[in-house]
Design a protein around this ligand. Sequence first.
Ligand SMILES: Cc1ncc(C[n+]2csc(CCOP(=O)(O)OP(=O)(O)O)c2C)c(N)n1
Length: 281
Amino acid sequence: MNKTLTNKELKEVAADIRKLILTTTHNAGVGHTGGSLSETDILTALFFRVMNVDPKNPRMANRDRFILSKGHATPGYYSTLARRGFFPLETLDSFDQLGTILQGHPDMNKAPGVDMSSGSLGQGLSCGIGMAMASGDLGLDFTSFVLMGDGESTEGQIWEAAMFAGASNKRIKNIVAIVDYNKVQLASLTKEAVDIGDLSIKYKAFGWHTIEVDGHNMDELVQALLDAKEEAKKGPVAVIAHTVKGKGVSFMENQCAWHGKAPNKKEYEAAMAEIDLGGTK
Ligand SMILES: Cc1ncc(C[n+]2csc(CCOP(=O)(O)OP(=O)(O)O)c2C)c(N)n1
């Protein structure tokens, strides 16, 4: 079980994770920094409070499942897993190197704590729904959480999965979809690529219960995710988390240039100093 951290402690953990992200991408010279910084508070709330996980027993049968459907954002995912104790912090130094367990995109057969391999956008929700269905079928009691991006949300497979889980004759239980709605994708704003608009209305139309939240307000985020887990006992839940790409580092915020870039030495030092000064609300 998770040791219950206060929301203040969770904010401190999130700041630690942001620094691990910057250090990991800086050392490796590669990595998706922007989308890792936007998902940090969500991952912190999930892995340090909301989800039932045991870092010493990563394959525990009744653990809550997590799928990083936006699989490129591994610096954030691996930093969270390492900070939570699934593997040593030093392993982050091997990120994206030849032979590492920490591949550029998550490999469930290599990294402890990774429940599903991902990287090809759009596939995670289908897998998460399958896991949620297995929860009931196996007589286990776990919730399946899937984190997606807003750019990713233009993938058709997501909406096939959403239609299935929300259908009146299905009403799949124990699935929580979370959208890291940072409004920026690989090379442009999401609204300039395909304006996906109000995702809450869309998920509602597909039969999902929806919750909108500020994805950087730890108090609200923890409550929203706890509510989502409870509500998922009745049917599918979508949490639309409004976030900022590059959150916590002023010159990275809202910039698609930082989608898939690592900070150089000067940028790294400036970014680390900003995290030390600020952190999240
Ligand atoms: C099927 C597929 N198409 C294209 C890509 C290349 N790609 C990687 S990240 C990305 C943009 C994703 O944007 P978003 O979902 O908003 O992610 P975030 O901003 O949270 O990093 C793209 C197009 C991919 N990984 N998979």
